[in-house]
Design a protein. Sequence first.
Length: 255
Amino acid sequence: MYFITFSRKMGTNGTEIARQVANKLGYQFFDTEAIENAAREMGFLENIKEIDEKAPSLFQRLFSHKPAIGLDRLTSLVYELAKKGNAVFLGRGSHILLKSFSCALHIRVTASVERRVQNLIERGFTREGGLKAIERSDHERSSFIKFAFGVDWEDPDLYDLVLNMDKLSVDLGVNTVLGLARSEEIKACSIDAMKSIEMMGLERRAEAALMEAGLTYGPTTSISFSVVGPGKLRLSGLAENQATKTRAENLLKTL
């Protein structure tokens, strides 16, 4: 099993490169539409859309659990989709969530502002509109990565390959990624790696569920948990009474 993640700037044709790579490899392609469809099926589309590639405001982060819940659910969704098999992920911090796995290849697609503006003009933007769209997109995506993972979106160490599209065609970009993806250096995911992905997804689902239910902290209740194996959780902490403990147990059994 293999994963390829794409982090792209607006106007670089990164989405098209990712789509073609997925098609040529026969991999599932998880772009915005596919991820939102999966979130809808799992019942937390609104949580995902609230933080989707944009950071919450300072007020939201200080006075609401919604950003943390949304991030937990987005993270668990990426891991859940990864369990389905060979896949190409577009954005959503997937290059960081799957960074520790040798079976994952991480691609960054960039270009100069001028090249990006020209690409957007070809898609119907005015020059001024293109520049504003690029500025807004760069700010939102970089702020999201900083909020969610505490890293710099531009850090080349986060990626295995950086494509500067100033001098590259889409076809050449696609073929470059395919050559690397098909090389012997990229290994398939081990059974242990897939178990780790499953356990990390369960951890984030449980964290979101307890937080949303108001069971993670309080004057008389502070419940935590640990993942002790695939599909196995152990509760700990303080519960106000037996009913609260039972509520937490039943909540986690539904995950």
